[in-house]
Design a binder for this molecule. Sequence first.
Ligand SMILES: Nc1ncnc2c1ncn2[C@@H]1O[C@H](COP(=O)(O)OP(=O)(O)OP(=O)(O)O)[C@@H](O)[C@H]1O
Ligand SMILES: [Mg+2]
Length: 314
Amino acid sequence: MSEDEELEDLSGVGSKTAEKLRDAGYDSIMSIATMSAADLSEVADIGNKTAQKIIKNARDELNLGFQKGTDKMEERENMSKITLGSDNFDELLDGGIETQAITEVYGEYGSAKTQCALQAAVNVQMPKEEGGLDKGVIFIDTEDTFIPERAKQMAEANDMDPEEVLDNIYVARAFNSDHQILLAEKAQEIMEENEIGLVVVDSLTAQFRSDYVGRGELAERQQKLNKHIHTLQRLASAHNVAVLVTNQVLSNPGQLFGDPTNASGGHIVGHASSFRLYLRKSKKDKRIARLVDCPYLPEGEAVFKVKNEGIVDP
Ligand SMILES: Nc1ncnc2c1ncn2[C@@H]1O[C@H](COP(=O)(O)OP(=O)(O)OP(=O)(O)O)[C@@H](O)[C@H]1O
Ligand SMILES: [Mg+2]
């Protein structure tokens, strides 16, 4: 059975359940195979046991589970990278931002997180031989900081048609954390109809921080955030896209979640991302990106600048 077959072909899924799942953005066997039983039972309004069975069936159909090293290698061979336009940056990341993974860009306000996100959104559209994927982007904007004029500037600097570049950016503004979760789930639909190479969430955590303020709400916040990240991981692996999320470091140690050296969202965000980039401001409007805890690349730093044309080497 291929990934494209109907949900109804899956043993245990009737037409009503299939409809509910499709409405929630789960329309392939793969999307079911990578769900948690709790999520499936909630979305489809079925019991946990049934959900577990359906997920098992989906995994059996797709032959998930143990893989040989050679299969894993083949999967990795489909992985590609998006240049960030600065040689220093690309060297740090051994070529750029990877597909099939989440890259978390964190740092304090003004450290250029949004600039990196915009640059990736433009560069993913470049031809492959220039370091892009020749694909479009989904941009989930939670702080109303997506500025089309800025993307246009970067596109012009790349000799790309700015109108075309904007046309290939699907922007959605998330008004609260639940809306943000929903938008990530809906992204699946856009991805089935369009060639998408990158999903941006800028910022991953801001809405969650403002929706769950008290200490008593911390557990619920982490649970929701965890679910959201799970959705993003599923998008990354099922569709071979890069996911870039931003996360603000709180510089005031007095604040609730305020360890100034830690990105907010706690360890859930940290462990889910394959790449963590810590950005900080440096002298003479230089900026430094540090690669933290990468499973296979050395820790290191890259110096870059933000100019009119975008992210550049100093
Ligand atoms: N056209 C430009 N030319 C030069 N520098 C620019 C330009 N546009 C933005 N910048 C720089 O980028 C900085 C803003 O970076 P950015 O918005 O990416 O920060 P951020 O890390 O997303 O912050 P926040 O946490 O507030 O969202 C500005 O302070 C400015 O220094
Ligand atoms: Mg920002």
